[in-house]
Design a protein around this ligand. Structure first.
Ligand SMILES: Cc1ncc(C[n+]2csc(CCOP(=O)(O)OP(=O)(O)O)c2C)c(N)n1
Ligand SMILES: [Mg+2]
Length: 911
């Protein structure tokens, strides 16, 4: 806009002057920046505007500036965290360009102008100065919040309504402050005392991050008042002993006893892990007298691997507490390290489970002990993002960054996080920015790698010291008061220490709880009674074949149904998938719930299962197994997200908490389970040995060489076999639907729980010979070894095999009329059926040759597992390998090569 001609009636010389190009240029400059022109010109232009601008123009200016203020409010909410005072070591910006007044076209002179505050908590109108005060108070002090990535306005408003009126700074009572101080004293003294009595022993001190303890304490205090009955906790090494001592009330004596050199972990019943990995549980009663069961899950060193396991446990506990609708009674709480949270892919996978029907736990509270270092790695080296928590934004979790040296703020945001979780059933993150006072562990020297940082840390007073000072200055308590609390605690530690020195304290014996009664037993080869009565099978078959009125079923699915009923009547047989559904159904009918989870598991990767029907017209789902009859348990089948590690971890966690349910995880193809190797190695096969925690999880791993190339062919049977010891898992490679049926059912019938690893079939799903009669289900039981169905009168060769290759051998033997070869199937490879195989060896003592036949390459499959065992039954010179030669790749890429190889191995086994 050019300078307007002054109104004619003014007629002044000044007005005439105002028409000169020079003044116009100055005026334009003044409009951009009033200080760009001399003071006199400033006064002149201000007066000029006042005289020439009509009322509507002033209103328009106010409206325009109001919108600038709205932008400013939005910007503080969005970016205020970047200016927050989060780092106790003091690298905090005081201003950032995006939040300066100029960034919004506002100026210092606007500070005293009054604007609408909109939704900003507080007065409806306030000066810009006050508005900025509220915003800086709320978003730029000890708490920095990221929440504008949340799409749902209701959620954002909810957060604003809590944060802004309180300015993210609650008023605490004297008692609350003293409680925080007490927690800090406990936290610090536990570490310093332990260090002085057991110098240099690894304990992964919490020092620098002690505010975790008051925050955790606040959580267990508040949770029961918000409807929680149980907190399921997962955490890594850092501060774990401190949490065990000061939150879970594990006795100091018991903790110290584990530092004593003479402790033999083996002597306490296979309790074989280091002290900072072990789980523990206790019952907390809060100030209002409400109880909360708190259980810390045992975990391996592998960081973040416990996350999905904790969630699975929480979900199982929700079922047990009848909390499947709201999921407010059982709350998962995960404590992370900053480096691990940013680095481990399992974190993203676990977050992604958050809102999935089969996996949601109604939100997890995450707490990051962000000590700004990972072993020796700096944040710059550890991540490509500003914050270590950025990954959590993908599920729109609000993130509270908080200065660890402001324990009141840490407590406040932790409570707010819990309230959020209970209100919305979603994940939420507290990122406590702190430091690590010493090295990664107590034997580590941080000054090798971070000399400057550690110089700074050395001089930093502890959070307890700072907070004590704060309370003394505020007159909340006296020096003597502090001394009394400190002395009390020190005395308790000393007496525990002395008691341990005087007499060894037995570590607590893990108690798996009443659900496990009768199930904590060693493995036994004793067969379980798994055959259901015939009418049970018929009931289930009826449910599997009854199409509800008006339901439009896919004709290809419908076509299979009559065969099932016929098989029940003794005409015909059942195939693999039908046997599976019958196993599930009969268990359900007996009251045992079944949970099946995996990629595309509802239909089945190979279109074999159809456990959920979809109406052709409406796509309404119908689950036949949930229509068996009154009083039956529920069949829960879920198509999982496309992850292996998190989903297997989740289902493993579920199974270890719910031993009375059949829990199955299915890989799309067995080889993809290698993406979950950490869960297999660190939990599935070793949890009993390390933590005495059993699981009856079933893993279905499609396996078999069928010419589909290197992928999709091999479930890496050899890896599971290499992990076998101490009867830790059961590994089976089955050949008949009946065997599968009984194997599944015995999982919940045995008086013990062990994971069952199934090399699941692909082509056998439709193989005309892989069929079983109904009587095999209603009368038989599981056979670890299947003898030859038609043994030759005098076998010259005994061929032992496992899995699908049996049918190739059998068909060829029949076709070629081979008369001297016996075919025996090892259906269960582990626990090794030694006695049964000894019987077989005796029966075929006439055989001059013993062949282990497999279709896998020699470095894979069961050969390396079986060979030494066969030598215990047969002389070495009689034992021979038949199968594919060793190969780096699991299978040939070409179907022609596959067929040639398969033909050669079958011929070689029989010739
Ligand atoms: C998956 C995995 N990789 C590597 C390690 C070895 N390790 C143990 S602690 C640690 C650093 C962890 O840093 P952070 O997550 O920030 O936790 P902090 O120790 O700082 O509390 C590393 C690399 C591990 N335990 N797990
Ligand atoms: Mg760290």
């Amino acid at each position: 806009m050019s300078l307007q001609k002054p109104p004619a009636q003014s007629g002044s010389t000044l007005a005439a002057l105002a028409n000169s190009p020079l003044v116009d240029a100055l005026y334009q400059q003044w409009k951009l920046d009033p200080t760009a022109v001399g003071r006199e010109w400033q006064i002149f232009f201000e007066g000029f505007e006042m005289a020439t601008c009509p009322r509507s123009c002033a209103a328009a200016d106010q409206a325009r500036d109001q919108s600038k203020v709205a932008s400013l409010i939005y910007a503080y909410r969005s970016r205020g965290h970047a200016m927050a005072q989060l780092d106790p070591l003091g690298n905090n910006p005081v201003t950032i360009p995006e939040l300066e007044l100029g960034a919004f076209g506002l100026q210092d002179k606007d500070l005293d102008r009054v604007f609408d505050t909109g939704h900003l908590g507080g007065p409806e109108r306030a000066t810009l100065r006050d508005i900025i005060g509220i915003l800086q108070d709320t978003y730029c002090r000890s708490v920095g919040v990221e929440y504008l990535h949340i799409q749902d306005v209701k959620v954002r408003r909810w957060l604003q309504a809590r944060m802004e009126p309180e300015r993210n700074r609650p008023t605490l009572s004297r008692e609350q402050r003293l409680e925080i101080l007490r927690c800090l004293i406990d936290a610090e003294l536990f570490e310093t005392f332990t260090q002085s009595r057991y110098p240099g022993q690894k304990r992964f001190s919490l020092e620098g991050g002690e505010s975790l303890i008051p925050a955790f304490h606040a959580l267990v205090e508040l949770a029961p008042d918000l409807g929680a009955e149980e907190l399921v906790v997962g955490m890594a090494h850092r501060g774990r002993l401190n949490v065990l001592a000061n939150i879970l009330d594990k006795s100091y004596a018991s903790i110290f006893s584990e530092f004593e050199e003479n402790i033999l972990p083996e002597s306490v019943g296979g309790d074989g892990d280091v002290k900072y990995h072990k789980g523990y549980a206790s019952d907390h009663v809060n100030l209002s007298g409400r109880p909360l069961h708190v259980s810390l899950t045992s975990n391996p060193s592998h960081l973040e691997a416990v996350d999905p396991v904790v969630l699975g446990r929480a979900r199982a506990k929700q079922r047990q507490r009848d909390d499947m609708e709201h999921r407010k009674k059982v709350i998962p709480f995960l404590i992370h390290g900053d480096a691990a949270f940013a680095g481990q892919g399992l974190v993203a996978e676990t977050l992604n489970l958050s809102q999935l029907e089969g996996y949601t736990v109604g939100g997890t509270v995450h707490f990051v002990i962000n000590n700004q270092i990972g072993f020796t790695t700096t944040p710059r080296e550890a991540r490509s993002t500003v914050y270590s928590t950025d990954v959590a934004k993908m599920i729109e979790a609000p993130i509270f960054h908080v200065n660890g040296d402001d324990p009141e703020a840490v407590v406040y945001v932790t409570e707010l996080a819990l309230q959020f979780r209970q209100a919305f059933g979603k994940d939420v993150v507290v990122d406590m920015i702190c430091y690590r006072r010493y090295g990664h562990n107590e034997a580590d020297e941080p000054a090798f790698t971070q000399p400057v940082l550690y110089g700074k840390i050395r001089h930093r007073p502890s959070v307890r010291r700072l907070y004590t000072q704060h309370l003394l200055e505020g007159g909340v308590l006296t020096e003597e008061g502090v001394q009394r609390i400190t002395d009390d605690f020190q005395a308790r530690l000393q007496s525990a220490f002395e008691s341990v020195k005087a007499q060894a304290v037995a570590p607590p014996v893990p108690n798996p709880g009443p659900l496990w009664s009768g199930l904590v037993n060693p493995y036994s080869h004793e067969p379980a009674e798994t055959a259901p009565p015939r009418e049970a099978l018929v009931d289930v078959a009826r449910a599997l074949t009854t199409v509800p009125q008006g339901f439009s079923l896919n004709p290809k699915v419908a076509r299979r149904l009559p065969d099932v009923m016929k098989a029940m009547e003794g005409q015909g047989t059942v195939d693999w998938s039908t046997a599976e559904l019958l196993a599930f159904g009969t268990l359900l009918r007996e009251g045992t719930p079944v949970r099946l989870s995996g990629q595309d598991s509802a239909r089945g990767t190979f279109s074999q299962r159809h456990s959920v029907w979809q109406d052709m017209a409406t796509q309404e789902p119908y689950v036949p197994l949930n229509h068996i009859g009154q009083g039956q348990a529920k069949f829960c089948v879920y198509n999982s997200m496309l992850s292996e590690a998190a989903v297997l971890g989740f289902d493993y966690g579920y199974s270890m908490t719910e031993p009375r349910m059949l829990v199955l995880w299915e890989a799309q193809f067995g080889d993809f389970a290698n993406g979950a190797q950490v869960i297999i190695d660190q939990f599935v096969v070793s949890s009993v040995a390390k933590w005495q925690r059993a699981s009856g999880l079933v893993m279905l791993l499609p396996h078999g060489m069928e010419g589909q190339g290197p992928e999709h062919s091999n479930a890496y049977l050899e890896r599971y076999l290499a992990l076998c010891a101490d009867d830790n898992i059961q590994v089976v490679n089955l050949t008949t639907p009946a065997q599968y049926f009984h194997a599944l059912r015995r999982q919940t019938k045995h008086p013990f729980r062990r994971p069952l690893i199934v090399m699941a079939p692909k082509s056998l799903l439709r193989h005309p010979m892989a069929q079983s009669g109904a009587e095999e289900l209603s009368s038989g039981r599981f056979q670890e070894v299947l003898d030859d169905p038609a043994p030759p009168a005098k076998a010259r060769r005994l061929v032992l095999c496992s899995g699908k290759v049996f049918y190739d051998l059998l068909q060829r033997r029949t076709k070629d009329g081979v008369g001297h070869v016996a075919l025996v199937r090892v259906e269960q490879l582990y626990p090794y059926p030694e006695a049964r195989l000894a019987e077989i060896a005796a029966k075929y003592a006439s055989a001059r040759e013993v062949v282990w036949a497999q279709e896998e390459t020699q470095n894979r499959g069961a050969w390396t597992f079986m060979f030494p065992r066969l030598l215990e039954l047969f002389p070495k010179e009689r034992v021979r390998y038949v199968g594919r030669p060793p190969s780096a790749s699991p299978a040939a890429g070409s179907l022609a090569v596959h067929k040639r190889e398969q033909e050669a191995l079958v011929r070689s086994a029989l010739e």
